[in-house]
Design a binder for this molecule. Sequence first.
Ligand code: CMP
Length: 154
Amino acid sequence: MTNRTFTIIKPNAVGQQHTGEILTIIEKAGFRILALKMVCLSRSDVEKFYHIHKERPFFRTLSLFMTAGPIVVAVLEKENAVADFRALIGATDPVKAAEHTIRKYFAESKTRNAIHASDSDENAAWEASFFFSDKEIIETRYQLPIPAEEIDKD
Ligand code: CMP
C-alpha cells in the first residue's frame, strides 16, 4: 500500500540552486510528487512547525536558519514512504549520513542539513496540512483521454 510523507528542501539547498537536483533524486527513487511549492517562513511559522523542538538548545539557530531564505515544501507518495524517504535523505548530522544520501551530497552541518523528512505517518499528515490544503494535494494521475496518436495528429 502506498502512503505519504512530507519534505522541506531547506534554505541552504534552495539558495545554492540544488532544488532541481534534489527533486530529480526524489523522483528517481520512485516518489510521486503530490504537492509542491516555494515559501518563506516567519519566526512564528518555525515556532509552530518545530514546536516539539522549541525548548531544545539548538532551536534558536534552527529558527534563524529556517527563516534565512525560501524553502521548497512537498508532499510525496510511495510504498513505505516515511521510512524509505528517511533512508534516502540520511542522518541529521551529515558527518553520519550514509554515502549517496541527499544529506551526504548537500548538507553542510546539523542545522544547515539541506532537507527535512517526516518521522511518522501521523506527523507526515500534520506537516503536509501545515503547508497545503486538501485541494492542493493532487492524487490525479496523467492519463490521456484519447489515444496519443490522436493528440499528436494536428
Ligand atoms: P529536521 O529533520 O528538520 O528536524 C529538526 C531539525 O533541527 C533537524 O532537522 C536539524 O536541522 C536541526 N538540528 C540542529 N541541531 C540539532 C541537534 N543537535 N539534534 C537534532 N536536530 C538538530
